[in-house]
Design a protein. Structure first.
Length: 229
């Protein structure tokens, strides 16, 4: 049987495990961090919790994380994940709105933005219309498919680690700084932690293709052999 690229998360993150994973990618929660390697999985499960359970504790920090670290997101991987696995309308609307917001400065988010039309708007919570009339819209979501009143979500730098801090503590994030946000960077980080991975397992763990994993493994062995010489 041939290799089939995986889209759905390998692990369902929830409860304390999700809290540790969010802390591990630089979100300020009072739990021991677990530097979970699949960054987009953490973002996706955080969005489900925030939008489907109305957990504003998570939404505040998630949106600030995207504001600070959006350039390091593997947008292609995230878009495939949302398209395939976000069954709930509110989660899909959230990510479409994120795409519409981030597309203003990063064209990689254009496909994510198309998951829902800007004019097909939903409210973040009941009573949003009244709050918007009083205070206006939050600048992150103005003109997107998600209506958010100003002041609803906080914009506080201390809610997330800085890029410099996260590059020191998270191996995948660090490699994305070096190589760009791609499956190749994630594969290189995975090999730095476990050099014995075979190509198929490397592809599965990073949600990449077998061909990409084979090429990265070849290059990794080349670099390692030169270093040992």
């Amino acid at each position: 049987m041939g290799f089939r690229r995986q889209i759905a998360p390998r692990v369902q993150l929830e409860g304390a495990e999700l809290d540790r994973a969010m802390s591990g990618i630089g979100m300020s929660f009072a739990v021991a961090p677990e530097p979970y390697l699949a960054i987009e999985d953490v973002l996706f499960f955080a969005s489900q919790l925030g939008m489907e359970k109305n957990d504003f504790r998570v939404l505040n920090v998630l949106c600030k994380w995207i504001d600070v670290h959006g350039a390091r997101i593997n947008v292609d991987r995230l878009t495939r994940l949302v398209e395939s696995c976000a069954a709930h309308e509110r989660t899909r609307a959230f990510w479409a709105a994120i795409g519409q917001w981030q597309r203003r400065q990063d064209r990689r988010f254009a496909r994510l933005a198309k998951l829902r039309a800007e004019r097909d708007r939903i409210d973040l919570f009941p009573g949003t219309d009244f709050q918007i009339h009083r205070r206006g819209e939050h600048p992150w979501f103005t003109g997107t498919c998600l209506r958010v009143a100003a002041g609803t979500l906080r914009d506080r730098a201390s809610d997330v680690a800085s890029p410099e801090q996260l590059a020191r503590t998270h191996p995948v994030y660090r490699e994305r700084v070096v190589q760009g946000p791609s499956c190749r960077a994630d594969m290189w980080a995975a090999l730095s932690l476990e050099p014995s991975l075979a190509a198929a397992e490397l592809a599965r763990r990073t949600y990449g293709s077998f061909a990409s994993a084979w090429e990265v493994l070849r290059d990794w062995k080349l670099v390692r052999s030169k270093a040992a010489a």
